[in-house]
Design a protein around this ligand. Structure first.
Ligand code: NAD
Length: 322
């Protein structure tokens, strides 16, 4: 039997504890019989009257409900925003998510040659893309930038909180300015960006937030009190938002890389890098593309939520080699 969607309304109850979100619709079969149906939030943003589908009985904790399953796949390109996306890990993530078919909203605090190179690589993969200037440490800049992304693409499905800086020093020499700068970009930045995209993700039926933490946030590192605190903070944000946002279909996962071959890692003093390579069970730097593939996996695997995934060649479990 073919059912046609006659009318529907999407229901949001974004303030806990009333968290259920779905659409209620009226469908009609060829003979004109009508039924009231529930429609899962994963179809939000693609529903339209007149679309055809099946009606199935589904068991829920509230009893059996009639659900409408649209037959037509109305293709709406999904959109990923990557902060600090011009170079290094962010660039690799943008390219990998473009490869996965996402439209790419690339953002960074400045537009540089790296930005141009990344956008060219993204465009070559045939997906839609745009650059948005966002200084993640400024709430105003984040809100303006996310507004521009919504204006251009209409939705955000994936947010990768990747922007990050270091201001390394031993605690005696670490200035309050070093502390503030790192916390503002690495930690407050992720808070501002998450806060700005969540209402849009709720509206379109869900999403994924990937926080680029660091193995340093899990095990600490000499000279990085501010950086380690910011990256541990991202773990706390991840666990909390994973609980808070799951009812809206939003998953939140953190990735904790070891030393990745980028500008940031190559700025680390050679003696520390040598020590790292000595301790690492697999003594090499991680490629940005290896982190990017893990991000793609997190985005695509719907069972991953509220976890911190290390990608560190075994560094965290290693003790100094003899
Ligand atoms: P990178 O320096 O190459 O890239 C960082 C990006 O963040 C740059 O494009 C920079 O312009 C941008 N950025 C800096 N301040 C910003 C701000 N206020 N607003 C928006 N963007 C800003 O470094 P990377 O290694 O590619 O680092 C990417 C992320 O990965 C960072 O969060 C970093 O902490 C994390 N990470 C890196 C390593 C590593 O070894 N490279 C290891 C673990 C985690």
């Amino acid at each position: 039997m073919v059912w046609k969607l006659v009318t529907y309304t999407e229901l949001y109850t974004p303030v806990p504890p009333y968290k259920t979100m779905f659409a209620i619709g009226v469908v009609e079969d060829e003979k004109g019989s009508r039924a009231i149906v529930r429609i899962d939030r994963k179809y939000f943003g693609r529903l339209r009257t007149g679309m055809v589908g099946d009606v199935v009985d589904e068991w829920t904790v509230f009893g059996t409900v009639k659900k409408f399953i649209p037959k037509e796949e109305v293709k709406i390109p999904r959109v990923a925003i990557i902060t600090g996306g011009s170079g290094g890990i962010g660039s690799a993530i943008a390219i990998e998510l473009a490869r996965a078919g996402y439209s790419i909203a690339l953002s960074d605090v400045v537009y540089s040659k790296d930005t141009e190179r990344t956008l060219e690589a993204v465009r070559a993969l045939g997906v839609d893309s745009a650059f948005v200037t966002i200084d993640v440490s400024s709430r105003e800049s984040v809100e303006k930038g996310i507004g521009e992304v919504i204006g251009k693409f209409g939705r955000v499905d994936v947010l990768v909180n990747n922007a990050g800086i270091t201001r390394d020093a031993y605690i005696q020499r670490m200035t309050p300015e070093d502390w503030d700068a790192v916390i503002k970009v690495n930690l407050a930045g992720a808070f501002y960006c998450s806060r700005a995209v969540v209402p849009h993700m709720i509206r379109s039926g869900g999403g994924v937030i990937v926080n680029i933490s660091s193995i340093v946030g899990l095990v600490g590192n000499v000279g990085q009190t501010n950086y380690a605190a910011s990256k541990s903070g991202l773990v706390g944000i991840t666990y909390t938002l994973a609980k808070e946002l799951a009812p809206y279909g939003i998953r939140v996962v953190a990735i904790a890389p070891g030393f990745v071959k980028t500008r940031m890692a190559l700025a680390v003093p050679k003696s520390i890098l040598r020590d790292y390579l000595k301790r690492s069970p697999i003594p090499r730097l991680i490629e940005p593309e290896e982190v990017a593939k893990l991000v793609r996996h997190v985005v695509e695997n719907e069972a991953l939520n509220g976890v911190v995934i290390p990608i560190d060649l075994g560094l965290a479990i290693s003790s100094p080699k003899a």
